[in-house]
Design a binder for this molecule. Sequence first.
Ligand SMILES: [Zn+2]
Length: 626
Amino acid sequence: MATVIQQIINKIPKSKQISNQSYEGANIILYTKSKEFFNNGTSTIRELVNEFKKRIELRLDPSLLKTEKKAEEIVMELVPKSAGVTRVLFEPARSVMIIDAKNPNEVIGQKGSLIRKIKEETLWSPDVRRDAIIQSKITDLIRRVLHEDSAERRKFLNKVGERIYEFKRARDDSEMWVRISFLGAAQQVGRSAFLMQTPESNILIDCGINPASNDSSTYPRINVPEFDMAELDAVVISHAHLDHCGFLPYIFKYGYDGPIYCTAPTRDIMAMSQLDYTSIAVAQGNKGIYSSKEVKKTVKNTIALKYGSVTDITPDVRLTLHNAGHILGSAMCHFNIGDGFHNLLYSGDYKVVNTKLLNGSHYTFPRVETFMTESTYGHPERVSPDRAVSEREFKEHAMKVINRKGKLLIPVLGVGRAQEIMVLVAELFKEKKIKDIPVYVDGMVWDITAIHTAYPEFLSTELRDQINAGKNPFAAEFFKQVGSGKERQLVIDGGPAIIIATSGMLVGGPSVQYLKKLHDNPKNSVAFVVYQFYNSPGDRMQKGERTVMLDGEQLNVKMEVSSFSLSGHADFKELMDYMQKLKPRPRKVIVIHGEKSATISLARHIHKRFRIETISPKPIDCLRLR
Ligand SMILES: [Zn+2]
């Protein structure tokens, strides 16, 4: 039987000179030697898309492209200065040219008129991306890494496509099955990793570590008999927190060479967090389980998806990512298995209500039979005050510490809460409640904030509108980057300030350095705003302990310790509200990603209120979904 790609080519007349073809993941790319067809073939391609229900793209044969130098000159000549083009990257083997610009709309032009002209004159297939407003070396690096070897990238994407379109044996429902193994995050928070298997597919959903532990329980249980690295087809990552992606580069070290699916911001933030994770390990004198080499490989093998776009990832599984409202780019992952045989929704981490940073999570789906939900706050007593109340309390606390000339230290995860705190602090300045004090941003936070400015389409509606109107709160002048130990000492020796620093649980990172220097002055305060893993130093301080071991040093904490409910996780009430809102109502709910008692509690409450079968699996359990 002819492959899909061959069937498509057979429909195109010889005169159109199709010279080559390849897959790019689930997309089909045709190359032509006819400039006429390249420029005017849109309607032919559209008819083929309708007939085959596949994404098909037409590009010019690489041998006929204008030189890179000439093409770049044409772009610079045609595009107005105000578009702020920062770089033009070329992938000659794929005939693709990437234009990075501060104002992408000005490169695209009215109804796409300018981008069409660029295509006609350069003969390259242009792709326009938004560049970060805040400069960051590492975002620059990630963008370059993705495009540095286009022949290799083309080969990789083609291999992924061949696997997706491999001949699929027709199966009736009696021969189909779906099962899932819990390699981590079962009756615990940390090391999220789930192996989903069907007769055709082996898919790993998330691949995290437990950042709060430092022994064999740090990593997912990939030593279960059903896990075979050589058989793994795809990895899907819900979001960029290390407990969901921190183990990922490791599997590349041990032979995995397939695709990773996630959103573009997840790809970028993930690379940064993984690099940070390796450098902290090295700084603490450990070897680290992988190096920057594997992180680079992870970036190269990522296929970025937009929210809502349905993509084949294996012969019998289709994936769609939706906004989860947890951190930038975080996704709920919907799997359509075996052409509707079973539909699984994996929540990742999620937030139901709108926050300053993000819109609340998506809740309507075409079909859902099994819902796998996080339960970080699965206890009924874990109900936070109204978001607006917490925000006000946080702002009042910040004012109080600044007014008594203290320093306010806010340990953050780098991604998510850090940016939300920045938006709240920017409001304090805007409302003139504080002025003339510096707000220091330390650790990875700065680079991750830069990424936020590159993807406004993933931010809350309000923030997106502000940024599009040229009012970017992250670019305010009172935010100061701290880049070195020397600069950090100046902050410690200086006057009143707000300090936003990683890590969020006081496990390594600059927040530990600050706490060691600021802890004995009662004018200072540490404010916890993120979830504290059980028994981490932050968790113990929150519970009232004032003698803590940090970095091998015993501290007698005299600074004020306070906590604010600004979590990116749904609280108990939101989790129950989400079950009510979720359309359609699932038949089975699997409760994961919570401490044991939280998963059991949430499972019980959902069962009692909605009369749905609930399960709270144990580690290395394996469950047949259908
Ligand atoms: Zn998370």
